[in-house]
Design a protein around this ligand. Structure first.
Ligand SMILES: Nc1ncnc2c1ncn2[C@@H]1O[C@H](COP(=O)(O)OP(=O)(O)OP(=O)(O)O)[C@@H](O)[C@H]1O
Length: 290
């Protein structure tokens, strides 16, 4: 089977300035159909700013972002409507609504029935409502939350709130899902479950773009990884290529490099060999680094 490489998302020359500060500089970036792409970089590298340029929260100072060949409208709800859904770094659920209601809210960009129809509760509305509910239940089943449909969102454990956020994002029937630090605060089991879920989403034909600090998660998951450093795209390639690139290692020195303690240690060893002081902030406990 040949791999299809139709671009879903294409950013060309995206630059974002805040006053005198250039947070993102001339970034070219593509996500193709069927791909899981990771975006990594040290703190302050411009990842969130770039993400916001893709979701219509910011209008880039320069450059364009297209989704399936059409330039994205500069409004988040229009971007969602166009086919890009996202989750947030900090969970944003409707805490006092049920699990099912949260997913139904996510469907509003897809239902044709308008406000009046909803208020008057005509037959068209009831039919649309039933279809919406069926779809919402399918999605809850997909993320493993069907049994909790009537629970209040705020009563779910953390990992399940994250799953619900993903179900709600999927409810807008996106062609591309953007995940902003999906495993933040998760234990290893929850992280592994998220990995499985993202693979399953990709297998449904939805392209995925992930920002994440957990390197092991990113390198396991992604077909391609792009590294932003000081607003610029430094390296892009498969996990193996990116992991082996010494510029990436250098960019992360002084940063906790989760999931790859070996890299920090290797750097310390190299520094010790050249007689320089260790540059990594990670305290090495392994014998060979001393
Ligand atoms: N609205 C804003 N106004 C001014 N400066 C901003 C704004 N948003 C971000 N910046 C600056 O742009 C740079 C990039 O920040 P950004 O949050 O995009 O980085 P990041 O890679 O997402 O970092 P982190 O991993 O810490 O979330 C930083 O120097 C930040 O201070």
């Amino acid at each position: 089977m040949t791999t299809m490489t139709t671009p879903v998302l294409q950013a060309s020359g995206v630059t974002m300035r805040f006053g005198g500060l250039t947070a993102v500089r001339s970034v070219d970036f593509t996500v193709n159909t069927g791909e899981i792409v990771g975006l990594i970089g040290p703190n302050g590298a411009g990842k969130t700013t770039f993400f916001n340029c893709l979701t219509g929260l910011y209008v880039p100072t320069e450059g364009t972002v297209t989704y399936k060949g059409t330039v994205l409208p500069p409004k988040p709800h229009l971007v969602t409507k166009a086919g890009i859904a996202r989750t947030f770094q900090n969970i944003r659920l409707f805490a006092n609504m049920t699990v099912l209601e949260n997913v139904l809210v996510g469907r509003h960009t897809r239902t044709k029935e308008g406000l009046w129809s909803a208020l008057l509760r005509g037959p068209g509305f009831r039919k649309a409502e039933k279809a919406s509910e069926e779809r919402a239940m399918e999605l809850l089943d997909f993320v493993g939350l069907a049994a909790k449909r009537d629970h209040l969102a705020r009563n779910l454990p953390y990992g399940e709130q994250r799953k619900l956020e993903i179900a709600r994002a999927l409810a807008s029937e996106p062609g591309l899902l953007l995940l902003d630090e999906p495993t933040a605060g998760m234990n290893p089991q929850e992280t592994r479950a998220t990995e499985e879920l993202v693979f399953a989403i990709r297998d449904k034909g939805i392209a995925v773009l992930v920002i994440e600090h957990d390197m092991r998660f990113i390198f396991n998951l992604c077909d391609r990884v792009a590294v932003l450093v000081q607003g610029e795209k430094l390296v892009e390639g498969t996990s193996d290529v990116v992991q082996a690139d010494e510029r990436v290692v250098a960019a992360y020195l002084g940063e906790p490099f989760e999931g790859d303690p070996g890299t920090a240690e290797t750097a310390d060893v190299a520094a010790a060999e050249t007689g320089a002081a260790p540059q990594s902030s990670t305290t090495s406990t392994k014998g060979e680094a001393q």
